[in-house]
Design a protein around this ligand. Structure first.
Ligand code: ZN
Length: 159
């Protein structure tokens, strides 16, 4: 069955991607922003949507329902605070949240600030035709620095 073989191949790719997430080899260390209580924060490699941020759960879990309720509550609180920081850092009009995990089965959130300059403010980011935007090292450092500045006070609040 070709469909079965394709599904197995896709499953193998997802498992390899997850091992990278579990060992903190994904996302790339150059995109590291901050370590919070429950998650590690990275700038998304593709910055077509400026400020797109990823929060990766520190421990391995595939589904939200696999977390104990207190852990899930802490995670959601952290994601929510980080989203506010992303919002403030980039002057977003709206923040989008996404948790899929079918390509990479390890709980990670996308926090996507939608700015006033957004090319399609009413559409999902995955529907918007786009070319990947890779920043220069200087621009990336500036963007990460801006995010750290806003994340730092909320990290302190949590301690
Ligand atoms: Zn994992």
């Amino acid at each position: 069955m070709r469909a079965g073989a394709d599904a197995r191949r896709e499953g193998g790719r997802a498992a390899r991607a997850d091992r990278d997430a579990c060992r903190r080899r994904w996302p790339d260390a150059a995109d590291f922003v901050a370590e919070l209580a429950e998650t590690v924060v990275y700038l998304h490699a593709d910055q077509f949507f400026p400020g797109w941020t990823i929060l990766v759960l520190k421990r391995h879990a595939t589904e939200l329902f696999d977390l104990r309720s207190e852990e899930r509550a802490r995670l959601l609180e952290e994601v929510s605070q980080a989203a506010r920081d992303v919002h403030d850092a980039f002057g977003a009009v709206k923040v989008n949240y996404a948790l899929f995990g079918n390509q990479l089965p390890h709980v990670h959130w996308h926090g996507i600030p939608r700015l006033a300059s957004d090319p399609a403010p009413r559409r999902s980011v995955w529907e918007v035709p786009q070319e990947a935007v890779t920043l220069s090292a200087t621009a990336r450092t500036e963007r990460i620095g801006r995010l750290r500045l806003h994340l730092a006070p909320s990290s302190r609040r949590r301690r």
